[in-house]
Design a binder for this molecule. Structure first.
Ligand code: MG
Length: 346
């Protein structure tokens, strides 16, 4: 929260605030016919499948403003939605943004939040076409809806994985989770309870993965260029284990993934050691990586193995075989979804 330069929201009012935050937005997509300013936005998608995804973020549940800057929060809130459109093999086009905020927040705070949001939208060519702001009694709540498009025959669901398909993941896993652990550890410093500065030297990548995740539109484009259509796909928000189980359940299949092939960054490994945590568990269950998990027919083996930033981690099996991780020493462990589920009792 900014202490200096504080303008109360009441000076602009709800309509004034929306106008202020959305001014200067230029539409980049021909499917955007009308945005903010009427009762509804108007979109036009002739001959396309329209993809819609929505996400609700609550302060204290999904984010902690003691260490998450509002600009980063805006960026991440947009990215997690954009990532879901890519995960359907689609192209994100429009976004609506709704915010409930308490008196603690001022206009400058919302400007920061929107700066992050608009940065992510510019990067991915997404038009902000509407939203709502209202007051909240406690804290901040953010609801974002992203709309995208795909050709009818290009949409990729979670339920199409077939026996012998190859399982691929992009980037590396577990870093966002380690970044969160690190931020939680240093939280006392942020709160001013310690005199020292937080110690993040050499761990910048982990923080970046937690505070500024990226959506893998580059991979979607590359797959299209190579003429590869995954048989199943999703983005990794709750952790690889949990997402693999979603794909296998919905595809009525099993899987084998190999510990030695799980992509993990060096900083993640160092941090896991420092925290005395099991590295593979962090990579399998950490979540918030926003990488893509997808399956392709074995015929695409050569093409996917040549793709930069894509790793083959295993294969799809018959459903009777269940979902298992094969460790470096050849042991089989049944996959468990320890993914983060806020509605499930611990
Ligand atoms: Mg998803």
């Amino acid at each position: 929260m900014q202490e200096t330069n504080r303008t109360e929201i009441s000076t602009l009012g709800e309509f004034g605030l929306i106008k202020h935050l959305t001014q200067g937005i230029e539409f980049k997509n021909s499917s955007t016919k009308y945005g903010v300013g009427d009762d509804a936005a108007v979109l036009e998608y002739p001959d396309k499948q329209v993809l819609v995804t929505t996400d609700l973020l609550m302060e204290g549940v999904h984010f902690d403003l003691t260490y998450v800057p509002l600009k980063h929060l805006g960026y991440k809130a947009a990215i997690v939605n954009i990532s879901d459109i890519y995960a359907m093999n689609g192209t994100p086009r429009q976004m609506t943004v709704s915010i409930a905020l308490s008196k603690r927040f001022c206009i400058e705070d919302m400007e920061e939040f929107y700066a992050g949001l608009r940065l992510a939208c510019n990067l991915h060519n997404v038009d902000i076409v509407g939203g709502d702001t209202t007051s909240s009694l406690t804290g901040l709540a953010i609801s974002i809806t992203c709309i995208g498009e795909a050709d009818k025959d290009k949409v990729v669901y979670r339920n199409g994985a077939k026996e012998t398909d190859l399982i691929c993941v992009t980037g590396d896993l577990g870093a966002a989770y380690m970044g969160l652990q690190l931020l939680e550890r240093e939280k006392t410093v942020f709160k001013g309870e310690k005199d020292a500065q937080p110690d993040f030297a050499g761990k910048e990548y982990l923080l970046e993965r937690q505070l500024k995740p990226e959506a893998r539109g580059d991979i979607i484009q590359k797959l299209s260029e190579l003429n590869i259509k995954p048989t199943a796909m999703m983005d990794i928000s709750d952790g690889l284990s949990s997402e693999l189980m979603h794909i296998c359940t919905q595809s009525n299949a099993g899987c084998r993934v190999y510990e030695e092939h799980i992509p993990i960054d060096y900083q993640t490994a160092v941090m896991a050691e420092e925290f005395n945590m099991n590295l593979t568990t962090c990579a399998m269950n950490g979540g918030e990586d926003y990488e893509l998990l997808f399956t392709v027919p074995i015929a695409d083996h050569e093409k996917v193995s040549a793709m930069e930033g894509v790793k083959l981690i295993g294969h799809i099996t018959k459903p009777e075989l269940g979902c298992a991780l094969i460790t470096r020493d050849g042991q089989e462990f049944e996959l468990k979804a320890q993914g983060w589920n806020p509605l499930k009792e611990k």
